[in-house]
Write a protein that binds this ligand. Structure first.
Ligand code: TYM
Length: 316
């Protein structure tokens, strides 16, 4: 029996943080053997926020190093970048013609931007449809994502259903896989960890950065167990181990933070060192990405051929 397909995308939007890791990357890497895994760097999605070519190129290289350092095995995983496969934007256009404006106006990201009176570009508005193309081109079954992406996976599913209804069965319906306990990894201020809130702990942080981030975790005076410190600590150690420690040290924030710094350093230091090794040969890392693109292209172009036939543009 063929393996189920698991697919995830990550924007090359700068340093990953432990929220990305525990929300999605960890799950993805643990599943390398069990599933047929696709990991794509969604550089065209990131165009909505990255407006200089240099920053884009640097960020793409950085994500490649991040994933290799985390143990992504390119022999098992198809690791590639979206812009290498023109079928993503082509399929997006076809989907645009079966998607209504009011439907996309219900997307959270669009509603948030609108509520903040931001000027919204077409790319941001259409973002979920490009994501649907990413997913559906590879007949993905499972999409491991943080809770913030759940709606996007539902949009991909709706789009597949709609296309199938109009043109006949073509696409598999994907499902989001959300790791329950870490659906939202909290940041140092208790809100969702996110670069845009400036509340992150970088995944490859140096010791001093870890220390600074942990020391900035917000605690309320009078709290017994500082909940923001505990929530982050709980990513590294189970409650059965952690609760007795936190109960015995109730109110001793500084000590608890020092313990967390030590645990984070133990977790991050080997990853940091491995990443430095990969940094020594960037062309080799990029060759891995390019080869992954060739593998992905074969799958995407076969699917796209089927789509062109269904919509009737394939006349020879
Ligand atoms: P991106 O790049 O913003 O985030 C990558 C993944 O990390 C998860 N994540 C979190 N999970 C838990 N707690 C947090 N604080 C946290 N912050 C981030 C995100 O949920 C995501 O899974 N739209 C996607 C990229 C994308 C994609 C795809 C994903 C494009 N095409 C196809 C899956 C399949 C995004 O912006 O992820």
């Amino acid at each position: 029996m063929s393996k189920k397909v698991l697919l995830s995308g990550i924007q090359p939007s700068g340093l990953p943080h432990i929220g990305n890791y525990f929300g999605m990357m960890k799950q993805l890497l643990a599943d390398q053997d069990q599933y047929d895994v696709y990991v794509l760097i969604v550089d065209y999605h990131a165009l909505k926020s990255i407006k200089t070519g240099r920053e884009m190129s640097e960020n793409i290289k950085a994500v490649v190093l991040d994933y290799l350092a985390l143990g992504l095995d390119p022999n098992k995983v198809t690791f590639f970048k979206q812009s290498d496969i023109s079928e993503h934007t082509e399929l997006c256009w076809i989907f645009d013609n079966i998607t209504t404006m009011p439907y996309l106006m219900r997307a959270h990201a669009f509603k948030d931007a609108e509520a903040k009176n931001k000027e919204i570009d077409v790319g941001t508005f259409n973002y979920p449809i490009l994501m649907a193309a990413d997913i559906l081109l590879y007949s993905a079954d499972i999409i491991p994502v943080g809770a913030d992406q759940k709606q996007h996976v539902e949009i991909a599913r709706d789009t597949a259903e709609k296309f199938n209804r109009i043109y006949g069965k073509t696409f598999k319906l994907p499902e989001a896989l959300i790791v329950k306990d870490v659906a939202v990894v909290p940041g140092t201020d208790g809100r969702k960890m996110s670069k845009s809130y400036g509340n992150t702990i970088p995944l490859f942080a140096e010791y001093d950065e870890i220390k600074k981030a942990v020391m900035s975790i917000v605690t309320d005076s009078g709290e017994g167990i500082p909940k923001n410190v505990y929530a982050i600590h709980n990513l590294l150690r189970p409650a059965s181990e952690l609760l007795p420690i936190y109960e015995s040290k109730a109110g001793k924030y500084k000590e608890l933070k020092e313990l967390l710094i030590g645990d984070l350093e133990k977790f991050i230091a080997p990853l940091r060192e491995k990443r430095k090794e990969y940094e020594k040969d960037i062309p080799k890392a990029l060759a891995i990405l390019k080869a992954g693109g060739e593998k992905a292209k074969a799958v995407a172009s076969a699917k796209m051929d089927e789509v062109r036939e269904k919509v009737g543009v394939k006349v020879y």
